[in-house]
Design a protein around this ligand. Structure first.
Ligand SMILES: NC(=O)C1=CN([C@@H]2O[C@H](COP(=O)(O)OP(=O)(O)OC[C@H]3O[C@@H](n4cnc5c(N)ncnc54)[C@H](O)[C@@H]3O)[C@@H](O)[C@H]2O)C=CC1
Ligand SMILES: C[N+](C)(C)CC(=O)CC(=O)[O-]
Length: 495
């Protein structure tokens, strides 16, 4: 099966840069071809934003980023690639000629996607010698955080290309949704256009300002859409009687004059001036770069919240993130076992969702980090997802955390684990969280875990295979100095 080792991005603007970042941060090499003189700076700016966002998005060990190169020609960029993504401006003639050039130069087994927002794939592939490997892969800005890609084949596209695209998108944490029928603007932009048109009318008619419309979305229905979409949201709005009742109750309103959707407002200079001026006022002092960072932090927080949703099983885009993290965990190279000191197991960045009303990392995130550290140790001794699926695992039965410093937004932290003692049922560990830069200790945790039969809910001896990995660590750590704060109990000094 084909895997991506190198991707090419032809066109390195907002979207091409986003694709490049997505591939690079998933560990794949990327060659960008874009004749724009400022292309390198623009792609590197997108990559800097993406790297910052990824540091906050996931606790899973990210792969070593791929190598970014800027090719001097399209032919050079697409050489030895498995995926070529075209993201040049939205003009049929330009895209057609660029795609035909890509088709002539790319390796035989490479697949070719176009980022077009609405042009028909059959029109785009018309002049290609190998149209079967071409499809629309319509992404969403920022490509490095929003996972959806609409995959649309044209008349000449082979089902194999669509299947490969979906699989390869999964490897880079994206969700390829294949759309059977090719229509202009596909599905997402059809929906967004409808709303956009209505919003333009509301501004045009002086009913609402740009800020009011955005507030109405972000304080209201926009919150619902990110997690349940349109139909499931309305199903719930029908009460216990569900969708059928909802349709009967609100269906007649569709015939009332509630929308102007069928007409398109003229984008007169006057309307453009009005929207641009209101948009400037709305942004205030915030630059596009400021807004990008705010947007990215909010998207990260939303994705993390959705990952924790549905009782921890993940929901929607959060379930996808959870699967992506599981894949990263399983593919991460196992660290070299250095037994000369406590094991370094987790490195992470304090994300926005971790900050409390005191402006620093909130207490339950410490427990999360300590839990992730324990998980890191367990994976090292063979207790991974497959092991747990077979019916035994370790449960934490006691934890004592000491908070010794503060951790602020964006700071890098790492954790270590010292095994204090272990036998066939018990595992006694001492974890430490430090600031990566200053090495200052932020918190420690002492934990006792028991090896359990998860079905019976009772302690049971760990198998020899696990103990064979655990015991050498425990023996080496027994020779280390006792960590500061070990065995301390909670209590006010008696006066
Ligand atoms: N901006 C957005 O929100 C979204 C855009 N798209 C689609 O992505 C595509 C690109 O759009 P953006 O990145 O927004 O445009 P952009 O204007 O930011 O970038 C286009 C880039 O293509 C380069 N270019 C022009 N001719 C070229 C050629 N012959 N070979 C290589 N590079 C060439 C330009 O120098 C420019 O850097 C369009 O098809 C658009 O519909 C898709 C989803 C969202
Ligand atoms: C404005 N747009 C049509 C180019 C938007 C898209 O295609 C997708 C997005 O990111 O909203």
């Amino acid at each position: 099966m084909h895997r991506i080792t190198k991707a090419a991005c032809v066109g390195g603007g907002v979207i091409g840069g986003g694709w490049a970042a997505r591939f690079l941060l998933s560990g794949h090499d990327v060659a960008v071809y874009d004749p724009h003189p400022d292309c390198r700076r623009l792609v590197e700016t997108v990559l800097a934003n993406a790297t910052r966002a990824y540091g906050r998005l996931t606790m899973a060990p990210l792969p070593k980023p791929g190598t970014l190169t800027f090719a001097g020609s399209l032919e050079e960029a697409v050489a030895e690639t498995q995926w070529v993504q075209e993201s040049v401006p939205e003009r049929l003639d330009l895209k057609r000629s660029v795609l035909t050039e890509i088709d002539a130069a790319a390796p035989e087994d490479a697949i070719i996607g176009s980022s077009t927002s609405g042009l028909l794939p059959s029109d785009l592939q018309r002049d290609m010698a190998h149209p079967e490997r071409f499809f629309v892969a319509h992404p969403f800005n920022p490509v490095y955080l929003v996972p959806l890609v609409e995959i649309v084949g044209g008349k000449g596209t082979s089902p194999d290309a669509i299947a490969r695209a979906k699989k390869l998108l999964g490897e880079i944490g994206m969700k390829g949704v294949a759309i059977e029928h090719e229509i202009e603007a596909f599905v997402a932009d059809r929906l967004m256009e409808a709303l956009w048109r209505e919003a333009l009318w509301l501004v045009n008619d002086g009913v609402a300002t740009v800020t009011e419309i955005d507030d109405i979305m972000r304080y209201g229905f926009g919150l619902r859409w990110a997690q349940m979409g349109l139909f499931q949201t309305y199903r719930i709005a029908g009460g216990e009687a569900g969708m059928r009742h909802f349709l009967h109750q609100f269906g007649p309103a569709l015939k009332w004059p509630w929308t102007k959707l069928m007409d398109v407002p003229d984008l007169t200079e006057d309307l453009i001036d009005r929207i641009a001026a209101q948009s400037d006022e709305q942004a205030g002092d915030l630059t596009i770069r400021d807004l990008e960072r705010i947007r990215d932090d909010n998207l990260v927080a939303i994705l993390q919240a959705l990952k924790a949703g549905n009782d921890g099983a993940g929901w929607g885009a959060g379930a996808l993130l959870k699967d992506f993290e599981a894949r990263l965990q399983s593919e991460a190279p196992r660290p070299e076992l250095d037994l000369t000191g406590p094991l370094r197991l987790v490195e992470t960045t304090v994300g926005p969702a971790w900050i409390d009303y005191n402006g620093h990392m909130t207490e339950h995130r410490y427990l999360q980090l300590f839990g992730d550290t324990t998980d890191g140790l367990l994976r090292l001794i063979g207790v991974d997802a497959d092991y747990v699926a077979k019916g035994t695992s370790y449960y934490t039965v006691e934890t004592h955390i000491r908070h010794l410093g503060e951790a602020k937004l964006g700071e890098r932290l790492d954790t270590t684990c010292q095994v204090i003692a272990a036998d066939d049922k018990r595992l006694h560990v001492f974890h430490t969280i430090r600031h990566c830069v200053s090495d200052r200790i932020v918190a420690t945790a002492e934990q006792m875990l028991l090896h359990v039969d998860t079905e019976a809910g009772r302690a049971t001896p760990a198998p020899r295979a696990v103990l064979d990995r655990l015991e050498p660590i425990a023996r080496a750590h027994a020779a280390l100095p006792e960590p500061g704060g070990f065995g301390r109990k909670v209590g006010a000094a008696k006066g």
